[in-house]
Design a protein around this ligand. Structure first.
Ligand SMILES: C[S@@+](CC[C@H](N)C(=O)[O-])C[C@H]1O[C@@H](n2cnc3c(N)ncnc32)[C@H](O)[C@@H]1O
Length: 419
């Protein structure tokens, strides 16, 4: 139970290690960013630019310390491996889920977002046919926890479990629910003025949560509950970002609900799966809901302000959809997506080498060889010369190929990673 949170993952140690690795990468990135801001304060920059860079340098450093402190109970304070090793290995958490993906939501939830939070609650409440008093509620992908908190306070269910996969968001929710305040920086997308580049915000809930609102760390696709445990499952801003076909999610939601239970959904309909058949519109999503054992849902839509930070010149308007769908029968789960291959389940089996992996390994070796030629002394022409000498390339192709390679390295270095 790291950080006082029930840590209900199928592989709790592996998940802790994976988040620890991401935190280590993030802290390294923030400290490098601080150093880069400091280094950019040269004699050539104007006093205003100096002011902004100085603010950011201090804020990134302080931000890294604050995040390390907040996540320290997860055992994330110390490096688990070198930065390079972690970069190379990645982790087994959903690739799209970084620690800071939804960092802005923290400030919307607990600093400046009262209007947005109330509008979300009002839209969701407008589709609820009967109150939730006395019911058992599960919120999947609860994030920093505001909607779960507001819904719980407004509807007084018997209990609410707010579940998320992200330990940073959960650690913030834990502090808020306990009635403590927290200071964290906001880094808006389009800062209004210099001071807005890094705003230290105080986060606080209007009042401590009662003892019937619980936080859980876990994967919504493998929710650690008996079938039929809940009367209500809520999916706020979740269905279109979770890494699973919607049919599978709908069947899992069905499985968590008791007979007659309700699925409350709120959020965007912006399925961004790489699979074309999964890029559902609202009509398709509603059809899937009904195919998965739910009665035709009550649906409302409203244009809601989204992430309108007072410190930012950027904000969104989202055509937000809410529905309430009542479960009438069990759903048939779609065929499980590809199971893990045997060598990932049994560590003693040989790792197979299919042709595409052999090609990838060969390309990686060449990549590593090229990188090893960059020693701070060789020029582009020298490196191309080595490739020709080694008979890896014809003289006419070598220099352009090395130029393209170095250009890609240069562009990759300018891009910020997401941990
Ligand atoms: C778009 S955010 C919405 C957060 C929150 N409901 C809100 O409205 O601010 C999606 C949330 O889903 C969480 N999430 C993503 N995949 C998950 C999974 N497999 N299980 C549980 N939570 C997940 C993310 O950590 C994130 O908090």
């Amino acid at each position: 139970m790291p950080g006082g949170l029930p840590w209900l993952f199928a592989d709790p140690r592996g998940t802790t290690a994976a988040w620890r690795a991401r935190l280590t990468l993030l802290l390294g990135e923030l400290r490098r960013e601080a150093a880069a801001c400091g280094a950019a304060i040269t004699a050539d920059v104007s006093s205003r630019t100096r002011e902004r860079l100085g603010l950011l340098e201090a804020a990134y450093r302080d931000h890294a310390d604050r995040l390390a402190g907040l996540l320290e109970p997860f055992g994330t304070g110390t490096a688990v491996a070198s930065h390079d090793t972690l970069q190379a290995l990645r982790t087994r958490l959903p690739g799209s889920q970084g620690l800071t993906n939804y960092y802005a939501n923290i400030h919307r939830d607990w600093a400046w977002g009262d209007d947005e939070n109330q509008a979300s609650l009002a839209l969701l409440t407008s589709v609820i046919d009967a109150g939730l008093a006395g019911e058992r509620v599960l919120v999947l992908g609860a994030g920093a926890g505001r909607l779960a908190y507001d819904l719980h306070r407004a509807q007084q269910p018997a209990l609410t479990f707010a579940m998320d996969i992200n330990p940073l968001l959960l650690a913030v929710a834990r502090e808020m629910y306990a009635g403590r305040s927290l200071e964290l920086y906001e880094f808006p997308i389009a800062p209004r003025g210099i001071a807005d580049h890094a705003r230290l915000r105080t986060l606080r809930a209007p009042a401590p949560a009662d003892e019937r609102l619980h936080l859980i760390a876990g994967d919504a696709l493998h929710a650690p509950f008996e079938p039929g445990t809940f009367d209500v499952v809520v999916t706020p801003w979740f269905i279109d970002i979770v890494e699973a076909p919607f049919t599978l999610l709908a069947a899992r939601v069905n499985g968590l609900l008791a007979d007659g239970g309700r699925w409350l959904n709120l959020g965007s309909i912006a399925f961004a799966s790489a699979q074309r058949a999964e890029q559902l519109s609202l009509e398709e999503a509603l059809q899937v809901v009904q195919q998965c054992g739910f009665a035709p849902p009550v649906v409302r839509e409203a244009e809601l302000p989204y992430m309108r930070s007072p410190a930012s010149r950027h904000a969104r308007i989202e055509s937000t959809v809410a529905w309430c769908a009542r479960r009438h029968s069990a759903a048939t789960e779609p065929a499980a997506p590809d199971l893990l291959p045997p060598h990932l389940l049994d560590a003693t089996l040989p790792v197979p080498l299919p042709p595409e992996l052999a090609a990838h390994a060969a390309a990686t070796r060449i990549h590593a060889f090229l990188l090893s030629l960059i020693d701070g002394r060789r020029s582009l022409a020298d490196i191309a010369g080595v490739l020709v000498e080694q008979r890896m390339m014809a003289p006419a192709d070598a220099a352009p190929a090395v130029r393209a390679f170095l250009l890609r390295l240069h562009e990759d270095a300018a891009r910020r990673a997401n941990y």
